[in-house]
Write a new protein. Sequence first.
Length: 73
Amino acid sequence: MKVTIDRDECTSCGSCWSVCDAVFEEDDDGISQIAAKYRVGGDPGTGEVPEDLRDCVQEAADSCPVEIIHVEG
Ligand code: SF4
């Protein structure tokens, strides 16, 4: 599945990486990014994540207070 984070709107709340640290991590500025192994095209806000992590990703998306984590596919 494709996962994107609208990083410009991230409030650094930490929910996503608390809920799903396999996919989401905090960058040096405290903004959420996709873990390097799942990143697409070197963009920290875009990833292709295997199906077995769907529940984890969805839980993180649901936990985001500003709803900027998007799951497609
Ligand atoms: S849950 Fe949303 S606002 Fe919070 S750190 Fe993650 S992407 Fe940013």
